[in-house]
Design a protein around this ligand. Structure first.
Ligand code: SF4
Ligand code: SF4
Ligand code: SF4
Ligand code: FES
Length: 957
């Protein structure tokens, strides 16, 4: 059993937020001199001086409010007793926080609160973790004179509708911290105060239950509540936590930092960490609440093997499973050649695990057949940004958005996909920044409380490049470009060539209107705003990359930013929003078949020599197979063995029928995962994986921020994932000798120029590090390309629009596009095993009322969706979020078969699949598709084979 690194840092609540001012004021609080930024409250100044003024309605994540009157102080030269939370600290002030009069006043306030509060402290779930209780003690309240028999709220009804927290209004002191958290931190405005004075009550929506309201279950109100009114159900069940460990969310690319709050070796709650640089103490429903999958009964904790996929599984020891996998891989290489095997890593893996996977492939398999799921999401980002700017990563930190005047969201749905960053973005928009959204669908960010896009370019899926060219056309032909920046910072010849290209009449918004469906006036307005509205930042997602011209669109985005001078300082930039927690890291760690860690080509002799020297092995020069090439080679009979860690290609990759045929054609598939996922149904060896709570390592988020993942419990199957890869490499005849992931990071740092300053010790010291971190940037790099681009001069690349070959016709008249939803995560393996299914228990097909009516489809009807690749069946949801001619679905549930219908089309440069454009027909259906029937029967068969494996905990269908 290893020691758990307990977080010893005490969270101080300064009462009001830290102002941004660089000016300071010096004052005295209880005789202690203290200097604070101008604009700080007296309460904050006191806390900085180590003096905690009693408070209830104030907390430092929210603006001061001044309602509870508990924080009164005396200030020399001022009359009365001002509230310290709403009084600005001024130079020379003399503040007293303690006096007999102040004590009497505070006790009087507390008496009123307590006289309308249940007297059940000893049995209350928040006992020992309640600010009301603490404050009663702090002000010395010993008795309540008013009696409890008068009018009160003690019999108010509890709302337990939310699966993760409950709301007991009997305990509410109406401090409104919850209401303000929902508005200021989350930006959802789901809570209101109903009534006035004594009758005032907190209510979700119009006196609705939480689950019926607009609430998105982010938990910010629960965290802000100073009483047990809003409290996590896990705390009610298990009691208040004893200690905490700081770690990183394993869901999306925002990379929120959390305190895993523990009782013994069990997680009681996940509390967003105030000092987390990506999230500043905020979270979404997934990170804060959806961690129960880690101990779900479906976890398989015993290694298993079988000769054929029709055989029952046999539980075996780790040694036997790893020995069997290694002997099979060796047999296949001896029989079919060195290139007959390969591996696919996942962006859910830590950096260290990913590094080891590619090292195993290159050093132990002796080929470059390593790829990652980033292939199917952000590989065009790597190509596009490297080509134009010289580095395959986003340019900014998240905080940069607070300096943006214009925010452009292209092909991304941040409120669902990157919720915590969306909250930061919405805050900035509420402060006055303008918003441009480029998306075929009316996503929530287009219009939400106090947020409205100035322009929504509701384009036809597949026409991103045409829209980007039209925007560029307006900027260049109307003379809105920043020529001084572009000529000084970029290659002049490429700039001239690009200007010439985009100025052509065929790239005008008017010429492209019929193709893109975006009115020319809207394009012109958006282009003018982007080019002239001040600091303009572009945030984009898979709606840009997952196209046949995904790489071209990324080039187009970088061109726009260079032409308008929107790079190299806070508030601007080109920012890919990464889908999974470690997409950035998995690319950085060399898990593409043509690149070693740090994006260095395998063809480069000096780079190979560097790794050969360190790894003591000779490396293959030829780039290996990409994921789609592996499938094709498997069907050709030349690719026979695959090692997958955390990646479920049978569900996540396009054209499922093709993928599963390739899996069936292979002789040895080794799956390392927490659950018997869809791919594992085709596997011959199952190696139990560990959740993020069971291992050490690092994740790198969308802003290049490397954060620690810390083990809070022992791996259920006895091994952390990196240990399994070490054992497999060793069994393959290439021994690896690591005792802790920190040693793997040391090796990465020693071999990767952008990581030379990274170590676990430095991460410990700084909290997290944004690469590049080296001699030139010892504390990391929040904003890239400040003085020059990584490649020296920026390179403009003309972006000829080439329509996709996936065309609608009479047989397939609609375009299907796909995306995700807030409560679920990717293939749903984790979130489907949590109460998040209460929000989304099945994927649905969004269809416009006009298209539905034409087909006789009603809301909730089962419909058949057929494409050139296949056919599946879903329930319809009729909505005008999508335009006529467009249908949309999520892909979180395997039985939906969303990828049965997506085609094999892919990006010309990187093979990233064209998930976002599939021509389909939709018709009413009475039952599931043939594919779904086969899926159900294969699933039952495989679960039956699992149940016959003695001693293995088996999932129920
Ligand atoms: S629910 Fe909690 S945070 Fe909200 S008003 Fe009541 S006591 Fe304050
Ligand atoms: S959980 Fe989040 S969205 Fe829901 S009411 Fe609380 S703060 Fe608002
Ligand atoms: S925003 Fe992303 S990283 Fe943050 S808590 Fe939610 S899922 Fe986790
Ligand atoms: S804490 Fe200042 S008025 Fe409530």
């Amino acid at each position: 059993m290893t020691t758990i690194p307990i977080n010893t840092r005490q969270d101080i609540d300064y009462g009001t937020p830290l102002p941004a001012s660089t000016e300071t004021v010096t004052l005295r609080v209880d005789g202690v001199e203290v200097t604070v930024p101008k604009g700080s409250s007296v309460m904050r100044a006191a806390a900085t001086a180590g003096v905690m003024v009693p408070k209830l309605c104030a907390t430092d994540s929210l603006k001061s409010f001044g309602s509870c009157r508990l924080c009164l102080v005396e200030i020399d030269g001022r009359k009365g007793y001002p509230a310290s939370c709403t009084t600005p600290a001024e130079a020379g002030m003399q503040v007293r926080t303690q006096s007999k009069k102040l004590g009497d006043l505070r006790r009087g306030v507390m008496e009123l609160y307590i006289s309308d509060h249940p007297l059940d402290c000893l049995t209350c779930s928040a006992n020992g973790d309640c600010e009301l209780q603490d404050m009663a003690g702090a002000v010395g309240l010993r008795e309540v004179r008013y009696g409890y028999e008068g009018e009160n709220h003690l019999d108010a009804t509890k709302d337990a509708s939310n699966p993760y927290f409950e709301f007991d209004p009997a305990k509410c002191i109406v401090c409104q911290r919850c209401v303000r958290a929902c508005e200021e931190v989350q930006g959802t405005f789901a809570l209101t105060v109903d009534g006035r004075g004594f009758a005032s009550k907190i209510s979700p929506g119009q006196m609705e239950a939480f689950m019926e309201s607009e609430c998105v279950s982010c938990g910010a109100c629960v965290q802000a509540c100073p009483t047990a009114t809003l409290i996590e159900k896990t705390v009610v069940d298990a009691g208040t936590p004893d200690y905490d460990v700081v770690t990183t969310c394993a869901y999306c690319g925002v990379g929120c930092s959390f305190k895993a709050e523990m009782k013994g070796r069990e997680v009681v709650r996940m509390t967003p960490y105030k000092d987390g640089m990506a999230n500043h103490g905020h979270s979404c429903v997934k990170g804060r609440f959806a961690w129960g999958y880690a101990t779900h009964k479906d976890r398989i904790t015993t290694p298993m093997i079988r000769k054929r996929i029709t055989d029952p599984w046999t539980p075996v020891s780790w040694d036997e499973a790893i020995g069997y996998a290694a002997s099979e891989f060796k047999r296949l290489q001896a029989q079919y050649g060195r290139g007959a095997v390969g591996a696919i890593s996942s962006s859910r893996c830590t950096n260290e695990e990913t590094y080891l996977m590619q090292k195993l492939v290159r050093a132990a398999f002796g080929n470059n057949n390593i790829d990652t799921c980033a292939r199917v999401c952000h590989s065009p980002t790597g190509f596009g940004l490297k080509t134009t700017l010289g580095e395959s990563a986003g340019t900014q930190n998240f905080d940069s958005v607070q300096h943006a005047d214009v925010i452009v969201v292209i092909g991304a749905n941040p409120t669902d996909g990157h919720p915590v960053f969306a909250s930061a973005m919405k805050r900035r928009i509420r402060e006055g920044a303008k918003l441009i959204v480029v998306d075929p669908r009316r996503t929530d960010i287009v219009r939400s409380p106090h947020v409205e896009a100035s322009y929504h370019l509701q384009l036809r899926p597949g026409t991103n490049v045409a829209v980007l060219n039209a925007l560029a056309h307006v900027i260049v032909t109307e003379g809105l470009s920043d020529d001084a920046f572009a000529l000084a910072r970029c290659e002049p010849a490429s700039y001239a060539q690009w200007k010439d290209f985009v100025s052509r009449p065929e790239n005008s918004p008017e010429a492209l209107e019929a193709e893109t469906w975006v009115p020319a006036s809207v394009v012109r307005g958006a282009a003018r705003l982007y080019a002239t509205g001040g600091n303009a930042a572009i945030y984009y997602g898979l709606g840009v990359t997952e196209h046949s011209q995904g790489s071209t669109a990324v080039l187009g985005i970088a061109n726009l930013a260079m032409a308008t001078g929107n790079l190299g300082r806070p508030g601007v930039g080109v920012n890919p929003l990464r889908g999974q927690n470690n997409v950035q890291g998995s690319c950085d760690m060399g898990s593409f078949p043509h690149e070693l860690p740090g994006y260095r080509h395998v063809l480069d002799d000096s780079v190979r020599a560097l790794f050969e020297g360190r790894w003591k092995v000779s490396l293959e020069k030829e780039p290996g197979l990409r994921i789609p090439n592996m499938f094709d080679a498997a069907l050709d009979g030349s690719f026979k063995g695959l090692y997958l860690e955390g990646e479920d290609i049978a569900q996540s990759d396009p054209d499922t029928t093709h993928v599963t045929a390739a899996l069936e054609a292979m002789e040895c598939i080794v799956v390392q995962d927490m659950f018997l996922n869809e791919t594992a149904k085709f596997a011959h060896v199952f190696l139990p994986g560990s959740s993020f709570l069971e291992k050490n390592g690092t994740f790198t988020n969308a802003e290049r921020r490397i954060s620690r993942v810390r083990k809070v419990m022992e791996p259920l199957a006895g091994k952390e994932d990196w240990e399994v890869t070490v054992a497999l490499a060793t069994a393959l005849g290439y021994p690896m000798h690591y005792h802790h992931p920190s040693e793997i990071m040391d090796e990465i740092a020693s071999l990767t120029p952008t990581f030379t300053g990274v170590s676990y010790a430095r991460i410990e010291e700084l909290g997290s590090i944004q690469w590049p971190c080296n001699e030139r940037a010892p504390d990391g790099t929040p904003v890239m390309h400040e003085h020059e681009f990584v490649r020296g001069k920026g390179k403009f690349v003309p972006t000829q629009y080439v329509p996709t070959t996936e065309k609608v016709n009479r047989k397939y008249p609609l375009i299907l596009t796909t995306g995700r939803i807030l409560s679920q995560y990717n293939v749903g393996a984790q979130t489907r095993r949590t109460a998040n299914v209460e929000w989304h228990d099945a994927d649905r097909l969004e269809i416009h009322p006009h298209d539905a009516e034409e087909r006789g489809i009603h809301d909730g009807d089962q419909v058949t969706v057929s494409s050139r690749a296949g056919e599946t069946s879903l329930r319809a949801h009729i909505t005008d979020r999508v335009q006529p001619g467009i249908v949309y679905t999520t892909f979180h549930h395997p039985e939906s078969g969303a990828n049965v219908i997506t085609t094999e089309n892919s990006d010309w440069a990187t093979n990233c699949p064209e998930y976002k454009v599939t021509a389909v027909q939709v018709t009413p259906a009475l039952k599931g598709s043939e594919w779904q029937e086969r899926f159900q029967s294969f699933t039952s068969e495989q679960l039956g084979l699992l149940e016959r494996a003695v001693g293995v905990r088996s999932p129920k269908p």
